[in-house]
Design a protein around this ligand. Sequence first.
Ligand SMILES: [Fe+2]
Ligand SMILES: [Fe+2]
Length: 318
Amino acid sequence: MFRDSQAAMPDVKAFDNWYDRASVRSTPRRLVEVDDDIHKAFFPEHLVLHLSHPLIDPEDHKLRRYLTAQHLYQWLQFTTTFEVAVVGRATQLIADNGTGLTLSANSRMTAFQILVDEAYHSLFSLDVQHQLVARSGIGALEHDFGPFIANLDAIGDDMPDHRVLVQLLQVVVFETLITSILNDIPVDESLIGVVRTTVRDHAIDEGRHHVFFATFFKHLWGQLDTRTRALVAGYLPNLIVRSLQPATAPAAAALLSAGFSEQRTKQVIAESYAQDTVVAGIRQSAAKTIRLLEEVGVLDVPGAREQFLTHGLILERR
Ligand SMILES: [Fe+2]
Ligand SMILES: [Fe+2]
């Protein structure tokens, strides 16, 4: 699978000051600060697709607050699980020399630093959720992200000989995305302070991770033989779309618990998460990832550009 497993991956300078800059090393535990802060918004409404549905009354502030709180809680629960289950799993392969590539001690230590960061992101996501529930009195609906992760892993089922490679590609995709959540929340002054500060802490760490995984992917791609490159190029569009498909079950659960009937809930979900709206959002979040793939030549593999077009990840032949 690899052309020259001895070739070195360059060190990533962004981690030179990790001991001083990483959230886990340099920031205090974030707390809900003052009593009235909790009355601010949980989450930006424009990032919750079902809130703009006509059946969600724009004047019903209690309902909207409940739904945004549940949306934030599900994102925090997802982050808590995902960082250790998916990002941690693949990063550990790099840290512990399980990729089949030869990596320098420096690259391996960087991967261990990322593992520490991600475990801390899981911890503070859960911590913040518990604080918000206690302060606001709005309970959190619990969600099981097992099916989402199983669905993600199932995309690699037809590549059973490449299990490790599939896990590495998953982490590269997730760690090079730029989501609106990480971009928009830190600067939104209408939000509860602890939400903004923890998302800002998270986004700064992810900026470093982004550089590492972009460098790692360039190295990995350079090592793949022609046959494996073709497999990977065919696999990536589906992986990106499946990875970024919003989980609608938590939104449906929130609507049902707010008193919507099954039928109305189905209608709101179906109309708010129509595939073309969802794909437009995915295209935006994945723009930087796709630029990275283009830069290394993934889209130049015969047939790959058409696959990216068919999945709606690019809009025209470039
Ligand atoms: Fe993270
Ligand atoms: Fe990360």
